[in-house]
Design a protein around this ligand. Structure first.
Ligand code: XIL
Length: 375
């Protein structure tokens, strides 16, 4: 579990989850595979679908194109695909007056031929903006750029998108702005109403797709309680103004060494979101192992327990309709670059290992789906 790893240096005291109860198991490292046992090796998408849930993952078009084995695993396991980078501004907008959809179109086509759902990420974000952005966009023209961008991109996939992350990571309490809004270029140029505007434009173009506000760092109790509160206030404000918003996306980049996962507080946050009539999607689940011991078997048990603990709480909330991992296999994960280990050994944040074999985390996920209530 992500709790109680303080004794990890000696690799003895790990708190793991077992059948919906937290147990302090000092023999955790001796856990057998039985602790994560599952009934069958049906694909994760089937475990999820049996409960009315959607399972899938983010990936990069080049991985699918160049790696046939990975492509086959992806098609087998996933019921939904989200482009990891191909729909971000720096991908679709190489120049102020030019849109480039080759890669995202390829992914949309792949999803379609495999019978997968397709989701969009992301229309408004402060990161992965093109190089030209700062030179060209300013207070005077920002609204024109934003509206034009959202209109063009959502139109391209109108009727094909299961859901869109309309705005990503707009809250950052540490930035000291009113309503805890992040000091992003969008806030700087357009003021706080850019969020509502983005949802309204997306809805006008593709009224049937699910419009999502996506956010990071909502999973742990500390220091993120302020962020949860600010997100709830933002959602309340948007709802009160009749903004077409349908769901909250909780990114869920978990940390294997984290000790501050308060299951009760997380559960009540989810209920608060659901009580506004919003759905919830787990949009970017993975577990970083940068600070875990080097032994892969030890890491795999801890990571699996993180998956199972987290999902058991999250799936207990019936407003949660989908779970996506940020990648599928340790062969292709953003953490190889963004959160590498100092010992140089490969990271293991996902459910399939780098040989595309299911790990304990895969079993944990299958079990979490299996134990979820039917939607
Ligand atoms: C990451 C991608 O995985 C990387 O390939 C890219 O270089 C940087 O962005 N939160 C998000 C995602 O919303 O878009 C980020 O994706 C991971 C964190």
């Amino acid at each position: 579990m992500c709790i109680g790893l303080s004794g990890l240096a000696g690799a003895s005291a790990v708190v793991v989850r077992k059948n919906r109860g937290l147990i302090d198991n000092s023999q955790a490292l001796g856990l057998s595979k039985r602790d994560f046992e599952i009934a069958s090796q049906a694909p994760l998408k089937r475990y999820a679908a049996a409960k009315g849930l959607i399972y899938g993952a983010a990936t990069v078009s080049d991985f699918l194109i160049s790696d046939a084995d990975f492509k086959a695993s992806f098609a087998r396991e996933c019921g939904i695909l989200v482009p990891e980078n191909e729909l971000k501004w720096d991908s679709v907008r190489p120049a102020p007056d030019r849109f480039e959809f080759t890669k995202s179109d390829w992914l949309a086509g792949f999803a379609r031929t495999q019978g997968m759902l397709f989701r969009g990420h992301t229309l408004v974000w402060h990161q992965q903006l093109p190089k030209w952005f700062r030179e060209v966009v300013n207070r005077q023209n920002a609204e024109k750029f934003l509206v034009e961008h959202i209109t063009t991109v959502t139109k391209r996939y109108a009727g094909q998108m299961h859901s869109w992350d309309v705005v990503n990571e707009a809250i950052e309490p540490n930035d000291g702005q009113s309503n805890a809004l992040r000091k992003s270029p969008w806030l700087e140029f357009l003021g706080p109403d850019y969020i509502e505007l983005a949802f309204r434009v997306a809805s006008a173009v593709d009224p049937k797709t699910m419009l999502v506000y996506n956010e990071n760092d909502l999973e742990y109790d500390t220091p993120n309680q302020a962020k949860r509160t600010a997100v709830l206030k933002l959602l309340e404000r948007l709802k009160a103004r009749g903004t077409p918003i349908h769901a909250l996306g909780i990114q869920s980049h978990l940390r294997g060494e984290e000790t501050a996962l308060n299951l009760k507080k997380l559960r009540s946050f989810l209920s608060d979101v659901a009580s506004m009539g919003l759905k919830i999607l787990i949009t970017e689940l993975d577990v970083s192992d940068q600070k875990l011991p080097s032994d892969p078997a030890v890491r795999d048990r801890i990571i699996a327990a993180c998956y199972e603990d987290y999902l058991s709480v999250v799936l207990d909330e019936r407003a949660v309709i989908a779970v996506l991992t940020w990648g599928l296999s340790d062969r292709h994960t953003w953490y190889s670059m963004f959160s590498p280990r100092s010992d140089g050994i490969g990271v293991r944040p996902l459910t399939l290992d780098s040989n595309l074999k299911p790990k304990l985390a895969w079993n944990a996920m299958a079990r979490a789906f299996d134990q979820a209530q039917k939607r």
